[in-house]
Write a protein that binds this ligand. Structure first.
Ligand code: FHN
Length: 469
């Protein structure tokens, strides 16, 4: 009797142990044991789509689009940011407020077609779309109920631009997000003004609102507008914009705004530029925003992005001919992806509502490249080996092991490249675009690959390296 009881207990113990061992084994497998999958990230969080996407479109569109960088025949001063013409046109005094507001009467982008904008973004391989719902000038691209300074009430256009874009985003499965200037607002009483004087010391001092005035603006304009944007359009993310020392955006205000968004939406992401020089902000927001056109030179663990211009201005500037070559923008995208970051490429649509031709051309070229090579970008993990001289690397886990994507930007005259620190033996090396199979040799400090005789793409040729577990 006693023996039978003991056997039963022993059997149960063995079952429990077996289960325990298989759970441990599974954990071990999932945690990854080789060089490439050492840090798997559970992607069941609200950041999953954002990490997967890697590439988005940024749009600066508003009243500043009417003068497009030129006021009374004079190009605006100080810098190329055409959305700053209210302050930098009529240099160094800025355009008188009343005159600037009058641009609303001319704001009539008759050829605006939300479907076309989003289709162009989609065809360029962009998975999300970010637009200036309200920039520093305070003008809103939707019929906000808390101010008449908006596209429906103040312009002959009278269409809810954000509403139309929200529908197009749904149609093309592109995630919508809003830029919202919560700090500077030159169009509403109590909104902060630029923190002049700056380095040049030439600019006139801007009178700043008192704490009470800013508090009033915050409660009557900023918070209600953020609420409207969430309730009307259900955005996937916000891109707030603080970039300098601000007396107004205190830590309390930042915390309040973060809490406010979190309460209204459980999916809406928040970027780090909601604050400036706020220690620990990375633990309160969802992703980090670099400064304009800033590209870090290494891996960053927290999800991050760089917003970059296609020429020098964000808003359309009729005299900005400094269009970047496609290769440069591809390099930005790929470098960021290989270092765990996203890239948000800006377009400044023109006053008629269409994209400038040089930007359409570039979007199409990028799209053609992404059609073939995008598999090494979307959902790819950052570079698991060393940084390389000739380009960048991303990685994907496959059933058999790992697939590395080598983005070769600098085509070596020697006809070969070395993948430093890659010591695994590859099962296949291939050019992604042409399918050409390449030869590789394992050296003691890396894998040497013989490049194809003809370079398939001088912007960036992608080579895949498959490695079994
Ligand atoms: O002042 C703005 C500028 O106009 C533009 O919107 C950029 C985009 O990153 N953000 C601010 C400057 O960093």
């Amino acid at each position: 009797m006693l023996i039978r009881k003991f056997r039963k207990i022993e059997k149960q113990f063995l079952i429990v142990m077996k289960k325990f061992i298989s759970i441990i084994a599974l954990c071990f497998l999932l945690s990854g044991v080789n060089q490439f999958n050492a840090q798997p990230t559970p992607e069941k969080d609200k950041m999953a789509w954002w990490r997967e996407a890697r590439f988005g479109m940024f749009i600066h569109f508003g009243l500043y689009t009417v003068p497009s960088g030129v006021y009374n025949g004079e190009m605006m001063g100080r810098n190329w940011y055409a959305e700053w013409i209210r302050m930098q046109g009529n240099w160094p005094n800025g355009i008188p407020d009343e005159e600037y507001r009058n641009f609303a009467k001319q704001f009539n982008p008759k050829d605006f077609n939300a479907d076309e904008w989003i289709r162009l973004a989609r065809e360029a391989g962009m998975k999300y779309f970010l637009i200036t719902a309200k920039h520093h000038d305070g003008f809103a691209l939707w019929p906000t109920k808390v101010s008449k300074y908006n596209v429906v009430d103040a312009t002959p256009f009278k269409r809810d631009i954000l509403g139309e874009l929200a529908s197009a985003c749904k149609k093309y499965d592109v995630k919508l997000g809003f830029y919202y200037s919560h700090w500077q607002d030159w169009g509403h009483e109590g909104g902060a003004m630029p923190p002049w004087p700056s380095k040049t010391g030439r600019e006139p001092e801007m009178p700043q609102p008192t704490k009470a005035q800013f508090g009033d603006y915050w409660n009557k304009i900023c918070l209600p507008q953020v609420k409207e944007l969430i309730e009307n359009y259900d955005p996937w993310f916000f891109w707030f914009d603080t970039w300098g020392k601000s007396e107004q955006i205190t830590h309390e205000k930042v915390d309040e705004l973060i809490g406010f968004v979190r309460k209204l939406s459980d999916k809406c992401l928040i970027n780090s530029r909601i604050a400036f020089k706020y220690e620990g902000i990375e633990n309160k927001v969802d992703y980090l925003s670099m400064m304009d056109n800033s590209f870090p030179d290494g891996y960053i663990e927290k999800p991050w992005e760089t917003s970059g211009t296609m020429n020098r201005s964000w808003g359309y500037h009729q005299l900005d001919y400094g269009w970047k070559p496609v290769g440069e923008m591809l390099r930005n995208l790929v470098a960021n992806a290989s270092r765990n970051g996203n890239y948000q490429l800006n377009i400044g649509p023109m006053a008629d509502g269409t994209f400038p031709k040089p930007s359409i051309k570039r979007l199409k070229e990028i799209g053609a490249w992404m059609d073939i090579n995008g598999e090494g970008i979307y959902g790819a993990k950052p570079n698991p080996v060393a940084e390389q001289e000739w380009g960048y690397i991303t990685a994907k886990e496959t059933k058999k092991g790992t697939k590395l994507y080598l983005f070769v930007f600098d085509w070596a005259e020697s006809g070969k490249i070395k993948v430093k620190e890659l010591l695994k033996i590859p099962t296949k090396i291939q050019v992604l675009e042409t399918g050409e199979v390449l030869k590789g040799t394992n050296l003691k400090d890396g894998l040497e690959i013989i490049l194809p005789e003809f370079c398939p793409d001088f912007n960036c040729t992608v080579i895949t390296v498959e490695i079994n577990k």
